[in-house]
Design a binder for this molecule. Structure first.
Ligand SMILES: NCCCC=O
Length: 479
């Protein structure tokens, strides 16, 4: 007997709708490998409808006062708190994440980030108005960009949705957001929550695949395309957005170096780095994946890290001892397994290295040592619970290897030597440098990278400004 699957729907112009042509895809819970819902596979007609709704809603939303937008976002934050258990349940089905950690590590920052952007709505800055030419006064207007096409990833579906809609809506834009095809459930619930607070058309959600995303970016309506995803996807978005010179905002992953010097408290560093590497099954663009450790403490560090990995548990969402859940989908599992299968002969698997169980897409906490700078697993993003270790000789080599990848999102340095920490923070070519910590984020500070990690910032006043445009108005004083 087949169980009926829950039907997720698009949210367009204030109402829930199926795809115009009725197409759907099945949505699978990665902790069980079983389908629990269907979602629309949206096509051109759905993208058109969402974009047109957002375009119709834009003038009125643009013309709201910052105070009105703040009030709406504060209501949204309160509603997120009130509906927290529903959001957690949806996110856990989406991702298989541990329930307790989703409650403690995702809901509070998301609510705080929405409140931060509520405040930011009233704090836009520009240069002072003034007479920069005789007889003329100049002023700067900060304006919303327009309709924003936003594509969110599957690793933190609800938090990345917040990072996208909150600054956009706070600045007076309207939004069409597409969740990943593997994780639409929490975003559809977010649409329900926002739908009770925002005017129709201000926030629209369409479900679909890569093709749907391509239609959104190529659409004539949006003035801006924002995507968190792979480098491949980011390059495609940048190329298609260039056809009509849309603004692009790209967060494309990372390969964070974790540089551990010989004066570090090894036990403390290992404890923190293993959590920062394995949290969310390493499916985090800032994960502490690539440890570079000074040769004098290498062996001690590796054996402590291998023990920490062996003591780290992955498993079902309701198991409270679990640090992380499954990989998000079968392709991701295959990708992580592939990196391990292709390890060079000089690599040593110190812990893990294999799938756990045959139900769901779980992978063991893994540590690989003996690696060299040109190895595939050092140069490419694994996006799995795999921490690699390399042994470095001196500060110069550590910097060269840390920077010697195409990604440039986040990094960390571990040392008690303040001067060295400050030197390293200047030399590390990454959008974030943590010192004696790795992975914490705060709403007030920017998240975003350089090089192939993309451009544009999430969070912070800088992220907020990315969703605004600057207009110069000059007036003659003689008329
Ligand atoms: N820790 C949050 C990172 C967002 C992207 O993966």
């Amino acid at each position: 007997m087949s169980t009926e699957l829950r039907r997720l729907r698009n949210y367009i112009d204030g109402e829930f709708r199926d795809a115009a042509d009725g197409r759907t895809t099945e949505v699978v819970n990665p902790a069980t490998g079983e389908a629990y819902a269907t979602a629309p596979l949206s096509g051109q007609a759905d993208v058109d409808a969402a974009m047109e709704a957002a375009a119709r809603a834009f003038p009125a939303w643009r013309d709201t006062t910052p105070a009105e937008r703040q009030k709406a976002l504060l209501k949204i934050a309160d509603a997120f708190e009130q509906r927290a258990e529903d959001l957690i349940a949806a996110e856990v089905e989406n991702t298989g994440k541990p329930v307790g950690l989703t409650r403690s590590e995702e809901i509070p920052p998301m609510v705080d980030q929405i409140r931060f952007f509520a405040g930011a709505a009233r704090m836009l800055e520009g240069r002072s108005a003034g007479e920069y030419m005789d007889g003329m006064t100049s002023i700067i207007r900060r304006e919303p960009v327009g309709v924003c096409a936003q594509v969110a990833p599957w690793n933190y579906p609800m938090m990345m949705a917040v990072w996208k809609f909150a600054p956009a809506i706070a600045a007076g834009n309207t939004v069409v957001l597409k969740p990943s095809d593997t994780t639409p459930a929490s975003t559809v619930l977010i649409a329900e929550i926002l739908g009770e607070i925002l005017p129709k058309g201000v926030f629209n959600v369409i479900c679909g695949d890569r093709e749907t995303g391509r239609m959104m970016v190529e659409h004539r309506v949006p003035a801006m395309a924002s995507i968190t995803g792979s480098v491949r996807a980011g390059i495609e978005v940048a190329k298609s957005a260039s056809a009509d010179v849309k603004r692009v905002h790209l967060e494309l992953g990372g390969k964070a170096p974790v540089v551990v010097f010989e004066d570090t408290d090894i036990a403390k560093a290992v404890e923190d780095i293993s959590v920062a590497g394995f949290f969310n099954a390493g499916q985090d663009c800032t994960a502490a994946t690539r440890v570079l450790v000074h040769e004098s403490i290498h062996d001690e560090f590796v054996s402590a890290l291998a023990k920490a990995a062996a003591d780290t548990k992955t498993g079902q969402p309701d198991d409270e001892d679990v640090l992380f859940g499954p990989l998000n989908n079968p392709n991701q599992l295959k990708q992580v397994e592939g990196f391990i299968e292709r390890l060079p002969a000089h690599a040593r698997v110190e812990a893990g290295g294999k799938r756990v169980g045959d139900k769901g897409y779980f992978f063991a906490p893994t540590v690989v040592s003996g690696l060299q700078q040109d190895d595939e697993i050092i140069q490419n993003e694994v996006f799995g619970p795999v921490i690699t270790v390399q042994s470095f000789r001196d500060e110069e080599q550590a910097v060269e290897w840390a920077n010697g990848v195409e990604y440039a999102l986040a990094s960390s340095v571990w040392t008690k030597d303040h001067s060295r920490a400050m030197r390293m923070s200047k030399k590390l070519d990454f959008g974030c440098v943590w010192i004696n910590t790795h992975i914490p984020l705060v709403a007030e500070m920017p998240h975003g990278g350089f090089k192939k990690s993309g451009y544009g910032k999430d969070l912070s006043g800088y992220g907020f400004e990315d969703y605004t445009r600057i207009k110069h108005v000059m007036t003659s004083l003689d008329a």
